[in-house]
Structure formats: C-alpha cells, structure tokens
Design a protein around this ligand. Structure first.
Ligand SMILES: [Zn+2]
Length: 273
C-alpha cells in the first residue's frame, strides 16, 4: 500500500509501504542543514544524488550506481530534460530511528517504508534499510527525478511512473504482479476507469488497486503505439495544459474506447505470461 500526501501546493509527500565507479562521485563528511536526527554516519555525493546514510555504503555500491542508471533511463524513456537539481536520499539503518524522525518532522503520517518529500528547495527521499530497499529506492527516486524536471505531476501519473520504474524489468515487459492481479480482478467485473483515477488528488485516496491501474495505463500508453505514447508524454510535459484537457479526453481523440483497449491488453498480456 502506498499513499501520496499532497499537503500544500509547495510540499508533496509520497510514501511507500509495500512498497563500476560512479563517475563524478565523491565522499564527504558534510551534513548540510540536515537535522541532527537524520542519518549522518556516511555521506556520498555524486553528480545527481546525495546519500546520507547510517548504513555503510561505498560510492561504488551497486545501489548507487543503479540510481544513476535509473535517472538516465527515466530521462530517456520519458524524454525529459533533467536539470541540475539533486535528489537527497536519507537512509536509516533501522525502523525505530526512521519512524522517530518522521514523527519529529512530519507528525501524523501513517507508517510507510519510504517517503518522497518535494519542496521548491529540496527533493528528499527518506527510507529505511530493509530487504526491499532496492525497490523502495527506485520508486521514491523516480518521484525525485520527475519533480526535478517537472513543476507539477498529477498524482496518478506520478505513481504510475514510479511503479513503472520501480522494478528493473526490460523495456516493454509488463510487471507480472500487477498484470496478473488486474487480470484476475477483470474476471470478477473490475474495469479500468481513467476519469476516476484523474479525480484522485487527496491524502490517502489511493489504494493498492489505484497504483496497479496507474501502472497499467502508463505501461500500456508507453508501449501500445506511438500515438498513445506521445499523448502521455505531451500530457506529462505540459502541466499548464493538464487541467484544460484531461488525458482521458485526449485519449479518446486517438482511441474511441481506451478503457476497453486497456482491458483487452491486460487480458491478452496476462494470458501470454
Ligand atoms: Zn510513490
């Protein structure tokens, strides 16, 4: 289960429950302006990622290298021009210190394994070392990369992309977990509904199924054909136009019944796995 908290227009919180040498990198001992209870034993600074960790990692750790590659992959896949903004990752070594930090600085948040916090001055990922750290980091780091390039990302698009990049699958290969889950639900009468997803923008509104559906729309649009891909990327690239013409409406100009098309794709892709 994952939840986004859109608290104010300039503060975005997205949480996850489920959920070679690095060129140009350097290690340092700075803490910056970070609070005392943030992880501070180890610091690694790379060109686009700053890691503050209580878990010992070296600058050539595969996890850090993977974030660099993921950043490039996101930029290439979504045709984003990424700026100079860095994403700061705060890695806690245990659940207790992580939860205590969240309680101190973001009181009232439900427990989640990781959070992305975006403000006009900082893009931060807070997470705790678990056996799902790779997946959590990829998910939250995707939010960071998106918000480094785009001034606003609709909630379902934000989560759809984060779910898309969360698992290191080959381009175009749908993730098996959501695909089989959605196919099973379809047999019991569930149908995708993009207009409903577009209405979700408040605290705690998104449930696991909404994340799965967001992933399905994003994956299908990126790989269905050049028109659906262009429609999704145009929509994501132009936040100022999003309210005027929602994606559900844009899609019907190129596909009369996108919900049915997605339904058919889920059924067919699931049967082929
Ligand atoms: Zn998320």
């Amino acid at each position: 289960m994952k939840t986004q908290f859109l608290l104010r227009s300039n503060l975005i919180l997205l949480g996850t429950l489920c959920a070679g040498l690095f060129s140009g990198c350097s290690s340092s001992t700075f803490r910056g302006n970070n609070p005392d209870d943030a992880p501070g034993k180890y610091h690694i600074k790379t060109e686009h990622v700053i890691l503050h960790s209580d878990v010992k990692l070296s600058s050539d750790d595969p996890l850090i290298q993977e974030l660099k590659e993921l950043r490039d992959e996101i930029a290439q896949t979504l045709e984003l021009k990424l700026g100079e903004k860095q994403v700061e990752v705060f890695m806690f070594e245990d659940e207790t210190s992580y939860q205590k930090f969240l309680t101190n600085h973001y009181p009232g948040l439900p427990p989640r394994r990781a959070y992305f916090v975006g403000t006009s001055s900082k893009l931060a990922v807070y997470t705790v070392w678990t056996d799902r750290i790779r997946e959590d980091l990829r998910h939250e780091f995707t939010h960071g990369v998106l918000h480094s390039a785009l001034p606003f990302v609709p909630l379902w698009v934000d989560e759809g992309f984060a779910e898309y990049f969360e698992l290191p699958t080959a381009a175009g290969i749908p993730r098996e977990d959501y695909l089989s889950e959605l196919a099973r639900l379809q047999l019991n009468g569930w149908k995708p509904n993009l207009r409903r997803l577009e209405q979700l923008d408040a605290v705690g509104e998104m449930q696991r199924l909404d994340y799965a559906e967001s992933w399905a729309w994003v994956h299908w649009m990126l790989h269905n054909n050049p028109q659906t891909r262009k429609s999704l990327l145009d929509y994501a690239h132009h936040p100022e136009q999003q309210a005027a013409i929602p994606l559900s409406k844009r899609l019907t100009k190129i596909i009369p019944n996108p919900e049915q098309e997605l339904t058919d794709w889920i059924a067919q892709s699931s049967a082929g796995q």
